[in-house]
Ligand binder design. Sequence first.
Ligand code: FES
Length: 510
Amino acid sequence: MAEPKELPQFPEPYWRDNIDFPSFPKLEESIKADVGIVGGGIVGITAAYLLSKQNVKVALIDAGVILNGTTGHTTAKITAQHDIIYDEFIKHFGEDKTKLYFHAQMEAKAFIEKTIQELNIDCDFSEQDAVIYTNSDEYITQLENEKKAYDQLDIEGELTDSVSLQVPHKKALIMKNQAQFHPLKFLKVLAEESMKNGALIFENTTAIDVEYNKHPAIITREGHRIVCRYIIEASHFPFYDGQGFYPTRMYAERAYALAIKAKKKFPGGMYISAETPTRSLRSAMLDGEEVWIIVGEKHKTGQGKSTIEHYQALLDFAEEHLGIEEVLYRWSTQDLTTLDKLPYIGRVSEAEEAVFVATGFRKWGMSNGIVAAKILTDLISEKNSPYADLYTPSRFQADPSLRKFVRTNADVAKHLIKGKLEFTDNNIKALSADEATVTRINGKRTGVYKDKEDKYHAVDTTCTHMGCEVEWNSGERTWDCPCHGSRFSYTGEVMEGPAKRPLEQVDLEK
Ligand code: FES
């Protein structure tokens, strides 16, 4: 464990370290299934569970290991309080659709509770109120308007001047009867149940495309095929676009998390600040002791300051307001946001009958992940889903998303050009261990990382997705793309899509 107040040297999420997972084989041959699922996070595992319960033959693959992507790096709040959103949603989608959104989230919470009871799962579930707080006059009016939206939608809430959290605030908006849990303890049981029901799970198996013959097939990097009737893309960024144009319809943001032991006792509840830099707080247990989980400092992927500075900012916040006894874990996460802030859940595009997608949960993937698994299971089982139309990726709501659409894409264009023109002159030899730089080698923009054993790793920094230039992420030791959020290890391997091919390695000896 790290010394008090020092950041752990390597990122590792609190959730993953406390739990043993079985490992699963790599897919070594072509197989058939009714439904092929790509991605072993909350959507993929829950869909596998729901479908296998109905005797549907499921094959699930994950490019790495299951439950180690966004689901393994979450805050794990099960809440319908998704920042200040309901006032905006009513204006944009109307009251009926906004109510549907709220009810979908609350049904997800009810599903989790019911499943915990049915399967007798010990996953630290507890009911908590969710709270948005602000210390900024600018946000007080927004919280007041959000409370009016709660009233209009019959959401049980309360606007108050003071809550028990000992972080300065002038106003807070409470949403009653929300919850928190340990998602990996919950989903581990769902994965086990799915396997008992006949589901097959494969790890270290990367999907690179979908091909059609008589039936659609998932094509893996090794050239194996999973021939199936339906495909679910639960891989965070869809690996197969299906002419849905997802790179132009979503942007990626990173956020940072700490798990600490603090001098102050956690007052109960789950908190998030209205203003930026965001501070999101909840408690969890570790070996019978209370731990604070603090998340914040979001920024567009590949566009922030040095990532270690974001952790430091969280550390400073925790020290100032909570008093740190020990920093136990640090980790970061990546979230995708759609143009209108509603996730895309449904057919990947109108033309594709058999391929479904679930993506763009912003940072609210626990409830939206369950919503997605239920919608997709209903669509595949040809049952009516009350929420399918609301979430369909084929919707088009021009306003206010159009403004963001233009800005998002202008931003991509800027990074396409900016990355090509700018590079530092740093001499590779001046690098200290565990540092990286961008330089030009034989006319190519090249990223060079010097590891702890003083070994150099050089990659061509041109993202293999659509050609933007990746930037170094010092906190995670990855190359991150500012355009659509692809991330690569320092040796160039794809860690997160939409890119499918690794960065080209550069030989420094030549
Ligand atoms: Fe699209 Fe890099 S992720 S260009």
